[in-house]
Design a binder for this molecule. Structure first.
Ligand code: COA
Length: 336
């Protein structure tokens, strides 16, 4: 058995900055409400016709591959996590295989686990490397939320939170099993599936022809729905549980954490976790202020920024943790 380690990281966000004040011009909201409840000051929105979920993922991936010091054709497998794919099908994994210009017809897997997507993706990649099947696996989290949000007062509870962007990691075989990814921990609780969801178009309830036939201006089934307070209450419990589960599995405790990278769901959630585990400000990385909640992209963007700022050093214990729609949640324990 091998371990896997993160050998390269990269992220990409579109240039277009949308501040809370910008949003207040198109819906009844304000900077104070958004900052107080979420910590968000601004986010990035793709200008139509420029980037896509795939193109952002490719740009993040190119950076990660370059930093891993490998040729792109040394990538053995692609894992792509998103809830906002370019097409209904095929998923963006194969588009990355094409748009990176890979010579080999390597496998590409799409992960549909929303805010936990990157953690799920890392876990999948880690298993392939541990078993010896692959040596280098590319894991991407990318989201283009802004084109699909209800940018009116009706949608303000959700639309102010989400932003666009992508992050990527290359996982590489590590012979020293005391280093790299020590363990991953995944959970789901489908009974709350609809509490944070986008129902249509789907074969289950409403397909495109139903939406067109109804032509109902009050139809919100194709916008994301979130029961915010219920999500919040579950998030703080599950984040705490899954971080502890990962630490205990490795005979570690909260005092051993050097850097916690939580999914950037809401600054209040991160602060709750920080307090609960008695972590100092420099032991938890937050950048939701700048990018909002970028779902599957949030952890790789935050991890890359923390690494670029030299907040993560060799030998550090780095913990990734996520919670989101599904509900799904998970953690990754890394010895850097
Ligand atoms: N601007 C101004 N007012 C807004 C608003 C906005 N963007 N969005 C909602 N409001 C209003 C509501 O209409 C409501 O008004 P009312 O009292 O007159 O009915 C009031 O603010 C309170 O709304 P509520 O939804 O109860 O607010 P909240 O305190 O629960 O905060 C969230 C909303 C979404 C910020 C909060 O629930 C949250 O962060 N939840 C977790 C979300 C999360 O982490 N999601 C990602 C998981 S991966």
């Amino acid at each position: 058995m091998y371990n896997s380690r993160i050998s390269g990281l990269g992220f990409y966000v579109p240039e277009n900055v949308v501040t809370n004040d910008d949003l207040s011009k198109v819906m009844d909201t304000n900077d104070e409400w958004i900052q107080e409840r979420t910590g968000i000051k601004e986010r990035r929105h793709v200008v139509k016709g420029t980037d896509t979920t795939t193109s952002m993922g490719v740009k993040a991936a190119q950076k990660a591959i370059e930093r891993a010091g490998i040729d792109k054709d040394e990538i053995d497998f692609i894992v792509f996590a998103t809830l906002s794919p370019d097409y209904y099908f095929p998923g963006p994994g194969v588009l990355v295989q094409r748009d990176l210009g890979l010579k080999r017809t390597i496998g590409a897997l799409d992960v549909r686990n929303q805010c936990s997507g990157f953690v799920y993706g890392i876990s999948v990649a880690d298993q392939y490397i541990k078993s010896g099947m692959y040596k280098n696996v590319l894991v991407i989290g990318s989201e283009l939320h802004s084109h699909g949000l209800d940018m009116t007062t009706r949608g303000r509870g959700v639309s102010v939170i989400f932003g666009d962007g992508a992050g990527a990691a290359v996982l590489t075989r590590e012979e020293d099993t005391s280093k790299g990814i020590l363990s991953t921990h995944l959970h789901s609780e489908g009974q709350h599936a609809e509490e944070l969801s986008l129902i249509a178009p789907g074969m289950g309830k409403r397909w495109v022809n139903d939406i067109i036939a109804d032509a109902d201006p009050e139809d919100t089934s194709y916008y994301p729905y979130m029961n915010g307070q219920f999500v919040f209450k579950n998030a703080v419990v599950r984040f705490s549980e899954v971080i502890m589960e990962g630490l205990q599995k490795n005979n570690l405790g909260p005092q051993d954490i050097d850097m916690l990278i939580p999914h950037q769901a809401n600054l209040r959630i991160s602060q709750f976790i920080q307090k609960k585990f008695g972590l100092k400000d420099d032991q938890v990385f937050n950048n939701i202020m700048k990018y909002g909640n970028t779902t599957a992209a949030s952890i790789p963007i935050a991890l890359t920024e923390a690494w670029e700022a030299e907040k993560i050093k060799e030998g550090d214990l780095v913990v990734l943790a996520a919670f989101g729609s599904g509900f799904t949640w998970g953690s990754v324990i890394i010895r850097w």
